[in-house]
Design a protein around this ligand. Structure first.
Ligand code: UD2
Ligand code: MN
Length: 355
């Protein structure tokens, strides 16, 4: 055996090693002489960092260029759309005092086509995250025309305030005496089955807000939104008046055990809620009188909602009984929950007064 066979043996055994060494040197050569390519990559990366630091650009339409640049490097990306920004503290869409109309010829179809962004009574601002999620609760029976006027004005009003909201109409079934307060308790309990709302607005069907600076948002304290109405010369009816339209957070309302269930017929239930609020050492706040103005659509006293002669006696016992009369004792049976385009219609049997 000579030297030659030994060398050829060496090459055969080490051919893989040699191949590897060759590839490494090609890569090293490439890395040294392709400086231009590296610079080009860095050039594309740079705008990504700049954009990420500049939230204004990211939130605007320019966000797309940020997306297309990153897609070059990581493919495929899941959802790369930039997260929605919070809606501003003050909506840019507000108009102030409004010119309200109450056309006799108005139809539900018209109101529906004016509010195509609303689905099953619910709306979200399209381009920002609402500051609060608000359930509007409207007690109702036999006031279809008032409901139509209210929907007509309230939907655009709430949309200009950039709120995430749903409108619930709580409809009392049957002919027995009306009970506004109990219907509102039902509305609160039923709405919470759909979504964990931050804020609840308890809203008469016949009151239309005149100024969209009157924000349908909740505050640190319970808020009374009706300082004045057309019918009463836009004056507060009396100190402590808490009727018409009020706003309470989920926790504030829970803390007072909601409304009393025992006020059948007209009157007293709003004063009862004020007593509950005061017992919890909360303080009722109101927007400025020039803003908290409403038009009440004219109506007579409804049949089935006669004046409640027992209301003074009931009010006197509120401090003693509020813990055992309210959300925790509100028994009812839901007959139906319908979801037409503009509101959620909860029809409910709330029983009748005990004699
Ligand atoms: C006042 C209060 C109201 C309530 C009531 C006494 C204002 C602006 N409003 O309203 O909040 O405290 O006195 O209970 O001060 N409803 C029906 N169908 C009926 C009866 C009543 O849908 O058959 C509903 C409807 O939402 C109406 C609300 O209950 O707006 C209050 O009843 P009202 O309008 O007859 O009482 P009003 O205007 O004196
Ligand atoms: Mn009324």
């Amino acid at each position: 055996m000579g030297v030659c066979p030994a060398v050829s043996m060496f090459f055969r055994k080490c051919k893989y090693m040699i191949l590897l060494l060759l590839s490494v040197s090609i890569l090293a050569w490439y890395a040294t002489f392709s400086g231009e390519t590296v610079k080009a990559i860095q050039g594309t990366l740079l705008p990504v960092q700049t954009l990420a630091d500049n939230t204004e650009v990211l939130s605007g339409g320019e966000g797309n260029s940020w997306r297309s640049v990153t897609q070059v490097f990581s493919n495929p990306l899941p959802d790369t759309s930039p997260p929605k920004q919070s809606c501003p503290e003050k909506s840019p869409l507000l108009q102030g005092a409004l010119n309200l109309t109450f056309e006799d010829s108005l139809t539900l179809k018209e109101v529906e086509s004016e509010n195509s962004g609303v689905a099953e009574g619910q709306y979200q601002p399209p381009d920002c995250l609402a500051q609060q999620s608000v359930a509007i609760l409207i007690p109702h029976r036999n006031r279809e025309k008032h409901l139509l006027y209210l929907l007509h004005h309230l939907h655009p009003f709430l949309q200009r305030q950039q709120l995430h909201y749903s409108i619930y109409v709580i409809h009392q079934a049957g002919e027995v005496t009306f009970n506004r307060a109990k219907l509102l308790n039902v509305g609160y309990l039923e709405a919470l089955k759909d979504y964990d709302w931050d804020c609840f607005i308890f809203h008469d069907v016949d009151l239309v807000p005149e100024n969209d600076y009157n924000l349908y948002k909740c505050d640190q304290q319970p808020k009374h939104l009706v300082v004045g109405r057309n019918a009463t010369g836009y004056k507060l009816r009396y100190k402590g008046y808490f009727g018409g339209v009020t706003a309470m957070t989920k926790d504030q309302f829970h803390k007072v055990n909601g409304f009393s269930n025992t006020y059948w017929g007209w009157g007293g239930e709003d004063d009862d809620l004020r007593i509950r609020v005061e017992l919890q050492k909360m303080e009722i706040i109101r927007p400025p009188p020039l803003i908290a103005r409403y038009t009440m659509v004219f109506h007579k006293r409804d049949s089935g909602n006669e004046i409640n002669k027992d209301r003074m006696r009931l009010l006197a016992r509120t401090p003693k009984v509020w813990r055992k009369d309210g959300l925790n004792t509100c028994s009812y049976s839901t007959l139906s929950v319908e979801r037409p385009p503009l509101y959620i219609n909860v029809t409910v049997d709330i029983g009748e007064p005990m004699h």
